[in-house]
Ligand binder design. Structure first.
Ligand SMILES: NC(=O)c1ccc[n+]([C@@H]2O[C@H](COP(=O)([O-])OP(=O)(O)OC[C@H]3O[C@@H](n4cnc5c(N)ncnc54)[C@H](O)[C@@H]3O)[C@@H](O)[C@H]2O)c1
Ligand SMILES: O=C(O)C[C@H](O)C(=O)O
Length: 308
């Protein structure tokens, strides 16, 4: 089985690395437009095989989509990342053209592929892929909520001074500094509400730190993050190729679910071999619904900038 990662930069290489470590495919193709770059990343990663004990083979290519043919999953990471002080939304002018042409090219060679969109602004790029590709909506998954939820759990664990794996928490809404919605009411520490241990003020602090998680790292790194984004991309691939029927937050095309139509925005979905298989209704309360509507309105506003 083959998977492809388009964009061999920080996030793409990280997705490929985690996918290899988890042996999610026999062949992992990484494709970039920068001459020799994907080939170099592939060689470097293949040289980890004996050290890390994986058997996946990584193939790098400069723009040769025939090498991606027959991929079960294609992850799109191509495009520019933000610099400190920028928003993800500012990337639309460059990234929309890239995501559109990459989607067309991958589908020529892998017409049955499930596409995972990572490039930013992710919700709008996912919408663009849905609207221009013509493939069933269930085969297009925007990755953002998985990462935001992992960051939420990290921040909750920090506040609780506990192991992050003992904390459950989900972020829905847009993958933007002001649009994501950490669902603090539903977050738990080993099945008990986190509000048993953390004050409303502390939870608000956790929520705010989660929302600007990407911006904080961009400020520290000078470019956006890649380890947790890569691990999140690989987690989505794993849910698909191992048919895990996993409940994950992802940006998907809504047709009435959560009161929204004709938009891709983060909601809890089941992910398995068919892509996203159904939306799960978390029964948001009135306050959460109001936030979700505002988040969707902001994403819709961004979508309006697309030339479809
Ligand atoms: N959704 C998320 O949670 C999330 C997380 C992290 C980063 N991102 C986004 O992912 C994207 C990539 O980030 P990065 O840090 O890897 O950037 P990067 O600059 O390190 O890598 C991007 C790569 O894309 C390649 N590329 C550009 N145009 C291409 C094309 N037409 N075909 C093939 N490859 C092409 C570039 O040559 C480059 O190597 C950015 O838009 C970033 O904002 C999203
Ligand atoms: O913050 C960014 O611009 C990259 C990514 O969306 C992230 O959340 O790390």
């Amino acid at each position: 089985m083959k998977i492809t990662v388009v964009g061999a930069g920080n996030v793409g290489a990280s997705v490929a690395e985690y996918a290899a470590m988890k042996e999610l495919a026999d062949e992992i193709v990484i494709l970039d437009i920068k001459e020799g770059f994907a080939e170099g990343k592939a060689m470097d990663l293949n040289q980890c095989a004996t050290l890390n004990g994986f058997n996946s083979r990584i193939i790098g290519t400069t723009g040769d989509y025939s090498k991606t043919a027959g991929s079960k999953v294609v992850v799109i990471t191509s495009g520019i990342p933000r610099k400190p002080g920028m928003t993800r939304e500012e990337l639309i002018g460059t990234n929309a053209g890239i995501v559109k042409s990459v989607t067309e090219n991958v589908l020529k060679h892998s017409p049955e592929a499930i596409i995972v969109v990572i490039s930013n602004p992710m919700d709008t790029m996912t919408y663009l892929a849905v609207k221009t590709s013509g493939i069933p909506k269930n085969r297009i998954i925007g990755m953002g909520g998985t990462l935001d939820s992992a960051r939420f759990r990290y921040r909750l664990a920090e506040a609780l001074n506990c192991n992050a794996n003992d904390v459950q928490g989900v972020v829905v809404g847009g993958h933007g500094d002001t649009t994501m919605i950490p669902l603090t009411r539903l977050a738990t520490y080993n099945s008990t509400p986190v509000s048993n241990y953390l004050s409303a003020e502390k939870l608000e602090e956790v929520s705010k730190a989660t929302m600007v998680g990407g911006a904080t790292l961009t400020g520290l790194l000078g470019t956006s993050a890649w380890y947790a984004p890569g691990a999140s991309g690989a987690a989505v691939i794993e849910a698909i190729v191992r048919d895990q029927k996993k409940l994950m937050s992802a940006s998907v095309y809504l047709d009435g679910e959560y009161g929204q139509k004709d938009i891709c925005v983060g909601v809890p979905v089941i992910i398995g071999k068919n892509g996203w298989e159904k939306v799960v209704d978390f029964k948001l309360n009135a306050e959460e619904k109001t936030k979700f509507e505002a988040s969707a309105a902001a994403v819709r506003n961004m979508n309006n900038a697309l030339e479809l």
